[in-house]
Design a protein around this ligand. Structure first.
Ligand code: UD1
Length: 367
């Protein structure tokens, strides 16, 4: 019997976390030949290589080295380079995860070459087309042959868009597979010692969305809230490269330096980040995946966005939307600091076995 040749695509930081358990699962089967492509959308050591080490991801078989650029430039370069690989390799399947530009670019190329596309984390919708990721989600889903979802509302979104039911598979959350696989290992992290947080209360902040950091007055109002919060509790801020770029551009460096209880650091490795989140009082973020990780860890999460494509983290989890409004951020932060904490329930099938279900479905359909 011929082997199934499958190519998984990774490009940006959250992709690495999602693909790790799928590769591990695929490697269990002799009837699958698995190849990995890194587009190079993220290329800094802290944004990329360190994740391979932490999550035991093998070296990619192909590295496209596309780097940064405008959305069109980045997407187009990935498409051109990815097409060359597909022409050469002729895979039976490509697997894309999440909603980044690499996800979109590769699903367009594969579907035009009539190569089946599996989209992991399909069906999430913020219903906000000002987010580049929302466009990536809609287009990728419309082209995919296997749509693997993390929750029932994603199934409903896809059905509403006319995707045939038989293409949609509710399998759980691969990001939570990784969290469960690496939680024990993260206990050994020395990051609290390094940051002198062993006996300290702290919160974690992540911030990188264009809607928060590309507009100076919005960014300034978030900083104003941070100034007040750090008077009560230490804030640890692993800063994304695009945020650092915007801080320099808007000349906001001094605003951060003035805060005495604010720890400004480089992006963290997966294990260090997980270690810190698990022990934090709460997390403030505009990331997608962190809303899910905090829900599973039962750590309060304040999401600095007006909407979320992950509403289950609000209805069942520990997540609260605070937008970028000073008053709301302060109000919800101080509630948590005063002990008013929302309790989280772990959503259905977020049990560490999503990759197992995905690979079973793929083998049943492709062999
Ligand atoms: C991308 C994803 C976003 C995801 C985020 C996680 C898209 C549209 N966005 O956003 O959904 O939440 O990754 O981190 O795909 N840069 C570096 N080094 C790097 C990577 C980026 O310096 O390794 C800088 C560059 O200046 C670049 C900017 O960050 O222009 C933005 O990078 P890009 O990959 O375009 O998008 P992200 O904002 O990282």
């Amino acid at each position: 019997m011929d082997k199934i040749k499958s190519i998984s695509v990774i490009g940006a930081r959250p992709n690495f976390v999602k693909v790790a358990p799928i590769i591990k699962e695929m490697n269990k089967y002799n009837d699958i030949k698995h190849l990995l492509i890194h587009t190079g959308q993220h290329y800094n050591y802290e944004m990329s290589k360190i994740f391979f080490n932490d999550l035991d991801i093998p070296n990619p078989d192909f590295f496209l080295g596309v780097g940064s650029g405008s959305h069109a430039e980045q997407t187009a370069t990935i498409m051109i380079e990815f097409e060359k690989v597909l022409v050469e390799e002729k895979p039976d399947l490509i697997i894309v995860v999440g909603d980044v530009n690499s996800t979109l670019a590769c699903s367009i190329v594969a579907s035009k070459m009539l190569i089946p596309v599996a989209h992991v984390e399909a069906g999430l919708r913020s219903f906000d087309r000002t987010m580049p990721e929302e466009i990536n989600r809609i287009v990728t889903d419309s082209l995919s042959d296997f749509l693997f979802t993390t929750c029932h509302d994603a199934n409903k979104n896809l059905e509403r868009e006319g995707i045939p039911k038989e293409k949609i598979h509710f399998v759980g959350n691969v990001m939570i597979d990784t969290l469960k696989n690496f939680l024990n290992k993260s206990e050994n992290s020395k990051i609290r010692k390094k940051l002198k947080l062993l006996n300290e209360n702290y919160i974690i902040l992540t911030l990188h969305r264009p809607s928060n950091v590309d507009n100076k007055s919005v960014f300034v109002s978030i900083i104003k809230a941070l100034k007040d919060i750090q008077k009560k509790i230490k804030i640890v801020f692993p800063a994304h490269p695009r945020t650092i770029k915007m801080i320099n551009f808007f000349k906001l460096n001094n605003e951060f330096k003035k805060m005495k209880n604010f720890i400004f650091i480089e992006p963290l490795s997966y294990l260090d980040f997980l270690h810190l989140v698990k022990r934090s009082k709460f997390v403030m973020t505009d990331s997608g995946g962190i809303q899910e990780e905090t829900t599973v860890l039962n750590i309060p999460c304040l999401t600095l966005r007006r909407n979320t494509e992950r509403p289950i983290t609000i209805t069942e989890g520990s997540n609260i939307l605070v937008g970028n409004n000073y008053k709301k951020i302060i109000e919800e932060s101080f509630k948590i600091l005063n002990g008013q904490v929302k309790k989280a329930k772990i959503p259905e099938l977020w049990d560490g076995k999503a990759a197992e279900r995905i690979v079973t479905i793929l083998r049943n359909n492709l062999t």
